[in-house]
Design a protein around this ligand. Structure first.
Ligand code: ADP
Length: 267
């Protein structure tokens, strides 16, 4: 079978992006989209930088909601699909903009999903931008193999892996790490989300999951990948996501905000 010409077309499209970062997680629900959205907000707070978010989490595209873009649609321009802009320097494209109902894609078969992922990587007109964050489906599915294949000639900085400290989540991160190694995807590091919870009354931090194995930090060290930081659980962060607002500007001074900024600085 001859190689898919889309691989070169995608490499050409992404050659206009200075830094492309994939956001991965072993499991769903660990905060991958929350992290992607806030990494984007954090990077775009420097208004000299142009930032794009590409959401190819076909079975659960939550970026439109988290970024306050529910109900937006895809528009075509002369040179591809135009992103929807949250700010002048922050554009977003999500499979969620294409689906009539968020439940639509769940029943799609592999080839249709892969075709859509290809179009999203190839056809969005980002222009010249500094950062492109790609929010991927959870796990190491068939779709990840296609993503890795489509990006095989593009210049990718690497992947950030999001997990919770729970052992079941860490197990899947180990799979994610070996997947990245198999497909030669550099790993920028691991972020531990929902590390702990600070009670606003007594100000003490409680752990949410029993620290049986040393959490993501130890797992990262054991696997030889960088640990980028811990992010606490903060109900206001969940609320900002539900309302499509940036926690970093809504709650500028909190342990979670500082943790986010540190992690963004480490990437
Ligand atoms: P994923 O993309 O991994 O499926 P989401 O980013 O959608 O996960 O997060 C799952 C849920 O947890 C969302 O409702 C989100 O608002 C919430 N959430 C994620 N991280 C935090 C956090 N650190 N504090 C509070 N709520 C969080």
């Amino acid at each position: 079978k001859p190689p898919d010409p889309a691989i070169d077309e995608i490499a050409e499209r992404l050659s206009h992006v200075k830094h492309t970062i994939l956001i991965l997680s072993g499991k769903g629900g660990v905060g991958k989209s929350t992290f992607t959205a806030h990494l984007a907000h954090g990077l775009a707070s420097d208004d000299t930088k142009q930032v794009g978010v590409l959401d190819v989490d076909i079975c659960g595209p939550s970026i439109p909601r988290v970024m306050g873009l529910e109900g937006e649609e895809v528009h075509q321009s002369g040179s591809g699909w135009s992103p929807v802009y949250v700010e002048d320097n922050l554009g977003v494209m999500s499979v969620g903009f294409l689906l009539g109902s968020p439940d639509d894609a769940v029943i799609w078969r592999g080839p249709k999903k892969n075709g859509l992922i290809k179009q999203f990587l190839r056809d969005v007109d980002w222009g010249e931008i500094d950062y492109l964050l790609i929010d991927t489906p959870p796990g190491t599915s068939d779709e990840h193999l296609s993503i890795a294949q489509y990006l095989s000639k593009a210049n990718i900085d690497g992947a950030v892996i999001i997990t919770t400290p729970q052992e079941v989540a860490l197990l899947d991160v180990r799979k994610e790490i070996s997947f990245c190694r198999k497909v030669n995807m550099p790993i920028l590091g691991v972020v531990e989300n929902m590390s702990g919870f600070v009670c606003k009354n007594c100000k003490k931090e409680s752990l949410l999951f029993p620290p049986t194995t040393g959490g993501a930090e130890k797992m990262a060290a054991d696997s030889g990948v960088d640990f980028l930081g811990k992010l606490p659980l903060d109900p206001r962060l969940g609320q900002c996501c539900d309302e499509g607002k940036s926690f970093l500007t809504e709650v500028p001074d909190s342990p979670a905000t500082h943790a986010f900024k540190n992690i963004i600085g480490n990437i």
